[in-house]
Design a protein around this ligand. Sequence first.
Ligand SMILES: NC(=O)C1=CN([C@@H]2O[C@H](COP(=O)(O)OP(=O)(O)OC[C@H]3O[C@@H](n4cnc5c(N)ncnc54)[C@H](O)[C@@H]3O)[C@@H](O)[C@H]2O)C=CC1
Ligand SMILES: Nc1nc(O)c(N)c(N[C@@H]2O[C@H](COP(=O)(O)O)[C@@H](O)[C@H]2O)n1
Length: 221
Amino acid sequence: MHVVVNAAMSVDGKLASRRREQLAISGPEDFDRVDRVRAAADGVMVGVGTVLADDPHLTLDVTDRRVQRQRHGRPGNPARVVADSTARTPLDARILDDEATTYVLVVESAPEERRTALADAGAEMVVAGDDRVDLAAAFDQLADEGIERLMIEGGGELIFSAFDAGLVDELSVFVGSKIIGGHDAPTLADGEGFVEEYPALTLDDTERLDDGVVLRYTVDG
Ligand SMILES: NC(=O)C1=CN([C@@H]2O[C@H](COP(=O)(O)OP(=O)(O)OC[C@H]3O[C@@H](n4cnc5c(N)ncnc54)[C@H](O)[C@@H]3O)[C@@H](O)[C@H]2O)C=CC1
Ligand SMILES: Nc1nc(O)c(N)c(N[C@@H]2O[C@H](COP(=O)(O)O)[C@@H](O)[C@H]2O)n1
């Protein structure tokens, strides 16, 4: 599976404020670009922290011709994927509507009644891991379902884990002209953080959009 991380951060590396509310760091040009990155993917993934904070929909503007071109004739939306160890996704979350298939990744010990409720709400349940979702094992199962290209949008806990597991092939980050600040504001890569060994990136391209810049990297082998 080919994994692309795309997110927007402030100049000081924050994905949102300490209140973790939906915050437009991207402008209209970058949101259009994000739609095209989604359209090129078979699946669009977030962590449950993002579902709880933002209630995202993770679908496409299918009226946009450039989005249609990226779909290469594949109808509809890419699948939606949420890393949700203990099945906390609310049953009225927008990602559970019928506009795309939604995979909820949980661990073995996730409460049975929550798993059943999410399955009844239309989610495809994927079980991988004991404590937190084992991303490598879950991605193998998603690949069996035809997801060959996965876009991860965030948040910082999930992005860190994906890098930590060595699963990321590409990173695009929009740097908006804002300072958000705060020890408790989520950053591009949270989790435990790396020590001694750090993922190496090669900067492939930069593009000025809105009031910011998109940085595109390949993750070195
Ligand atoms: N500016 C941007 O581009 C974006 C910003 N955000 C922001 O990020 C914030 C949410 O980020 P976080 O709190 O870091 O939550 P997150 O969205 O990264 O979800 C983390 C949660 O996912 C679950 N999880 C299951 N398996 C996991 C694994 N292997 N690794 C990591 N997590 C796993 C855990 O319950 C964990 O607490 C929100 O404020 C949201 O607005 C989110 C996406 C994009
Ligand atoms: N790329 C990007 N730029 C921003 O400025 C953002 N605030 C976000 N947030 C993420 O976008 C997703 C919302 O999806 P829908 O529009 O509801 O489909 C979700 O992942 C947010 O956290 N992204």
